[in-house]
Design a protein. Structure first.
Length: 167
């Protein structure tokens, strides 16, 4: 298991990947980096909170198992029509997992901490949701993703996630 899930996620989001995200969303690189640096731990915290709710961990497991192939194609999907599909799919995943109220709260927090507009923050969260969930699955191991392994991983990461979140 990773010693730090936040770092593991950020290693996947290389400078080239951040550049692609910036171009896809019409952001400068600094704003994209800032947004990603806040969005990744926020999505991990939201996932951890969901896993603590009745049935939440199983919902996450089911969703994570569906994200495995997405990671391999993420970079090539940034640009053109495919990026819109990624954003819409990720936003839909986030809504189904968190509900529209909590998704709006998460987007609002990202807006407050990064200065990104509501639409760009929502698009960034949509873009990153399948990545964050897919990397959680990759970290556990595709065949080993179950409620126990997921809750154990997220519980072991509470301190790292909390440290990565803005004050």
């Amino acid at each position: 298991m990773a010693t730090n899930l936040v770092s593991y996620e950020m290693q996947f989001l290389t400078p080239d990947m951040i550049g692609r995200i910036a171009a896809a969303l019409g952001l400068n690189r600094g704003d994209a980096q800032s947004g990603v640096s806040v969005a990744v731990p926020a999505l991990l915290a939201a996932s951890s909170g969901l896993a603590d709710k009745p049935g939440g961990a199983q919902s996450l497991v089911n969703t994570i198992k569906q994200q495995s192939g997405m990671l391999d194609n993420f970079a090539s999907m940034m640009g053109g029509r495919q990026q819109l599909i990624v954003i819409e799919r990720g936003s839909s995943l986030l809504t189904s997992l968190l509900g529209s109220h909590d998704q709006a709260a998460l987007t609002g927090a990202l807006v407050r901490f990064t200065g990104l507009g509501q639409n760009k923050a929502g698009s960034l969260l949509g873009m990153l949701t399948p990545v964050v969930l897919g990397l959680i699955g990759r970290q556990i191991g595709a065949r080993g993703v179950d409620v126990g392994s997921l809750t154990s991983l997220l519980a072991s990461q509470q301190e790292h996630i909390a440290q990565a979140l803005p004050a």
